[in-house]
Design a protein. Structure first.
Lengths: 328, 97
């Protein structure tokens, strides 16, 4: 970030915080996601903050910074372990894009480290039990909510809405995907009856949850949150494609499924399994989309191109799951 | 070979990029080594549904649901298409590599 932007940011933070003497003592780019950038801000008075802003290329399905800030506030108020949201700036003139500032939280989210560790999060069982409790708090947020009006009207039937949205996404692709259609058709044939919608995080998985040795320090990345079936989140965390190779620990590669369910409370296992198949289809569709961004030239990137090569493995798993579910 | 000889010589922050490059080369090598399975698979798709787009649409409409006459044929074809793609992209998924 250049000097002019930094000066504008300092002035803006002084006004927002009411601290006219505020100084930015350090600023470093943290490992940003494909969609956004995170900056570590060291601010006078020993304050450790994170500034979160948009990357150039943004997925159309993700929320902007202002909306993510509203979600973070709602979650913080509901007792979910999230970094405390501090200030929102929707004026792109300050640093070039809207941003918000939140308190910095210690811990690691790196998926491959997390699934290998016996002690992170307080140990495997304790960690997934805590994750269950976090999800239950998130799911206590229910519509209607004026502050979350941007999420739109809750779907009458979240399972069928998921199928329709995935089909619409496939119809936008140049290449037909018979295996994903096969999986979606199976979901349609076996869709459970609707349940009252709640706020779902929609990317609640290993890699997006920050841990230290004592427990969960932050649930991150709220930009896909939506009104939906709460089991969608349980299925996303338990899906085999999000266990990072540690398949025996069915809750995110971290710990046992049973302890995760216990932490959550009342779980309909059959619904979770339905959403686990849905999770593979959704991840495959995202991977197809990312590869397409590379192929179309919208964003040339070896990482995006390689993500496309994850699709056949996911499709293989989808076929296995459908076969097993149809035989059961 | 690439990873064994080059990775130790790289600074830590370049390891991810090096692994990506090695992965891409491995995919390309597997693709070259594989006999093109496409013509045979395309012929089977043509026999079953016309082309891939029509096949996808027919699946969506439920024309290959369990209990329909050609369900098993469609399932086997999807499996063979996916196995061929996994052989290039994800050999571990199908128990190779």
């Amino acid at each position: 970030m250049d000097e002019a932007r930094r000066a504008r940011l300092t002035a803006w933070l002084r006004a927002a915080s009411g601290d006219a003497a505020l100084r930015i003592e350090g600023m470093a780019l943290l490992s940003g996601g494909a969609i956004q950038q995170n900056w570590a801000l060291d601010v006078s008075g020993g304050r450790e903050w994170v500034l979160r802003t948009d990357n150039a290329a943004r997925l159309a399905v993700s929320h902007g910074r202002g909306q993510e800030y509203a979600l973070l506030r709602a979650a913080f108020a509901a007792g979910v372990t999230v970094p405390e949201p501090l200030f929102l700036c929707e004026d792109a003139a300050v640093i070039g894009a809207p941003f918000f500032v939140m308190r910095r939280v210690a811990g690691t989210a790196a998926a491959h480290r997390v699934v290998r560790s016996e002690t992170l999060g307080g140990g495997r069982e304790a960690c997934v039990r805590a994750l269950g409790r976090e999800l239950a708090r998130i799911h206590a947020i229910r519509p209607p909510r004026e502050d979350l009006a941007f999420l739109g009207a809750p779907p009458a039937d979240a399972c069928r809405a998921f199928i329709a949205a995935q089909r619409a996404a496939l119809d936008r692709q140049r290449t037909p995907r018979p295996v994903l259609e096969w999986g979606l058709r199976h979901l349609e044939r076996t869709a459970p009856p609707p349940v009252p919608p709640v706020l779902v995080h929609n990317d609640f998985r290993t890699g997006n949850i920050m841990l230290d040795e004592n427990g969960v320090t932050a649930v991150l990345d709220w930009e896909f949150a939506a009104w939906s079936d709460p089991h969608a989140d349980l299925g996303w965390l338990c899906a085999k494609c999000w266990r990072f190779g540690n398949d025996a620990q069915e809750a995110g590669g971290i710990g046992p499924r049973a302890a995760f369910y216990e932490g959550y409370g009342a779980v309909e296992d059959a619904r979770v399994r339905w959403w686990e198949l849905a999770a593979h289809i959704r991840w495959a569709a995202i991977a197809v989309d990312q590869a397409e961004r590379h192929i179309s030239g919208a964003e040339r990137s070896l990482e995006l191109a390689l993500t496309g090569h994850m699709v056949p493995g996911l499709e293989w798993e989808i076929l296995r799951m459908v076969e097993g579910r149809d035989a059961a | 070979m690439l990873l064994r000889e080059i990775l130790p010589a790289l600074p830590a922050e370049k390891a991810f990029a090096a692994r990506m490059v090695a992965n891409a080369i491995a995919i390309a090598a597997r693709e070259m080594a594989q006999e093109d399975p496409e013509p045979a698979l395309l012929a089977r798709i043509a026999a079953l549904a016309g082309d891939a787009r029509a096949f996808a649409a027919a699946i969506r409409e439920g024309r290959f649901d369990p209990g329909t006459p050609r369900h098993a044929e469609a399932a086997a074809l999807l499996q063979d298409i996916t196995r061929a793609r996994c052989a290039v992209s994800a050999p571990r998924a199908i128990g190779k590599g």
